[in-house]
Design a protein around this ligand. Sequence first.
Ligand code: NAP
Length: 448
Amino acid sequence: MSSVLQVAVIGSGPSGFYAAEALLRGHADCRVDVFERLCTPHGLVRYGVAPDHQKLKQVAAVFDGVAKDARLRMFAGVDVGRQVTIAELRARYHAVVVATGSPVGRRLGVPNETLPQVHSSASFVSWYNGHPDHAALTPELGGGTAVVVGNGNVALDVCRLLVRPYDELRSSDIPEPMLPAFRRRGIRQVHLVGRSGVNATKFTFKEFRQLVEQSDLRVELPQATGWPESAWAGAGSDDAARVAQWLREHAARTASDGDGPRVSLWFHAAPQAFCGEGALTGVRLAPTAPGADVPAELACELAVTCIGYERQPLPGLPEPSRPGPLPHRAGQVIDADGVEVPGLYVAGWAKRGPTGIIGTNRADSYETVQTLLAALPELMVRPLAADEPVHALLDARGVWPLSYADWLQIDRWERSRGAELGKPREKAISRDDVDAALGISTAIAEAQ
Ligand code: NAP
């Protein structure tokens, strides 16, 4: 029986890497194998954080530091649930930590949500970040007006990307195949639509200011005339109060002057349907509060819903009856009867839902690992199928994972392509890009 604690972490985003860090720090005698479906690691940092927020992306250096530990191995390009099952992992590791995030866009559930130019933030944000699953999206940015639904930071990111001057986006890490859509962009007006009040937004003030204080932007609050005192105060967080205060002070500065793009903020407005036959022509709205002055319809050619995310169910997990995070007790997964599943843990957005900044995942993952390490005596007596280690199993199935050393090589390739283009990196999107970065010729790649 092995005396080394062997843990599989599924997902190489922030929660996966923080869980790995906590394990490596918390238990000298352990080995951590991080499984990743894509060929490249870092999840939300690479594919969720806005491409013009490079400072936030620098947290990837922390993950590089964690991966330097010889006790960590990465298996990228392995689809857990399809190429190797949860049961097969649980038979080979004392513990499995699910850190797969919440990659699916929540749906409004209103008519015509599937019209071609209605996108969820999950696909739109992933598209401009070069996520291979969404690279084929063709959002039409050439129209004049967009509606962005939601009053959270993702809605701010999307809105900013829709109005930020092209020259500034050019030097972000939006990949070259996606940039022409921004160059041809014709958007002059964005309607930012929230179902709650001006006093209850989910924006953080810093991110809000970054948008509304863009020098050429005209910000408009079409409904504000005559709002009672109570509309401005009280309901939300400190950030919400500061946002409301800013809007109150600037509401008078209507969008009459200048020729920059205009952002109009609508509150207490809930989408009822997307309009158009074959092509999007508008969003129908209804008020969510008595007397709210909400237009019946906002005309637009593009709509992006930024209303949160759902977890992708993973075969082999005790899935809850309704979509949402995996039920758990301090990070240990529990089944439908509320009973803890031995050796099965969860961290990050898969555990608590799509909330918080990247750093929030650190405390979250550390809590999960603390629970895991407290169960060491029971975990270490779980018999493992050591006769067929996971790499042999994958090898027999024709699955050849990429290692962290491979990623570092891809990273260097991306940075050097980026340097030639005056940007931080030019991302590898397709498998061909990955092979080129690794110097794998087509013939060898095909043989694999
Ligand atoms: P969020 O902050 O939870 O905002 C979601 C928004 O969607 C809310 O305004 C919510 O309205 C609205 N909404 C939800 N369901 C809706 C429905 N059925 N109809 C209409 N509106 C609906 O989520 P997020 O913007 O996706 O961000 C996720 C997390 O990542 C947040 O914690 C965020 O702060 C973080 N994040 C941080 C940064 C950064 O720090 N730069 C950037 C991006 C994201 P209600 O308020 O009325 O519920």
